[in-house]
Ligand binder design. Structure first.
Ligand code: RP5
Length: 167
């Protein structure tokens, strides 16, 4: 998989390759909205120095949001937020042992002063993190605003066009 050609506006990171099954849904949505992004595995536990470097250089590299997916003892979003002022959007990956409740609570319960915007467990959270990043970028990027608006219009039309669940 290749990063988009433009300098990335969004960093999409995850704690393990095993998170890709979930986080690919965020990547697909960013792609569909035409948002330049990069994708990396950055583990809070296994590669802490990479995590620190990623966070420390994020703003200077032009990232405007970091979507971070992790499961279990999900320290990645919080540790990124501790090292950068770039907004961090945390996606709790559904764990096998506790169905993602561990991931959710690890990400959402940040102490006051170091915020992480936390999304739903699993695919819905991954998709919504990308849509939220788009909304954040929309004010300064007319192309993203237009793409997001078109997506919302299509979504509304899809529901309105199939309001009988038997069909
Ligand atoms: C976390 O541990 C990762 O985010 C992943 O969700 C979980 C399991 O990782 P693997 O053992 O599959 O690499 O750090």
């Amino acid at each position: 998989m290749t990063d988009t050609v433009q300098a990335p506006l969004v960093g999409l990171v995850m704690g393990s390759r095993s998170d890709w099954e979930t986080m690919q849904h965020a990547a697909a949505r960013l792609e569909a909205l035409g948002i330049s992004h990069e994708v990396r595995v950055v583990s809070a536990h296994r590669t802490p120095d990479v995590l620190f470097d990623y966070a420390a250089t994020a703003a200077a590299r032009g990232l405007r949001a970091i979507i971070a997916g992790a499961g279990g003892a999900a320290h990645l979003p919080g540790m990124l937020a501790a090292k950068t002022a770039v907004p961090v959007l945390g996606v709790p990956v559904q764990s096998k042992a506790l169905n993602g409740m561990d991931s959710l609570l690890s990400i959402v319960q940040m102490p006051a002063g170091v915020p992480v915007a936390t999304f739903a467990i699993g695919n819905a959270g991954a998709i919504n993190s990308a849509l939220f990043a788009a909304a954040m970028l929309a004010a300064d990027h007319a192309d993203v605003a237009a793409a997001l608006d078109a997506f919302r219009t299509r979504q509304t039309a899809d529901v309105a066009g199939s309001d009988d669940p038997r069909q």
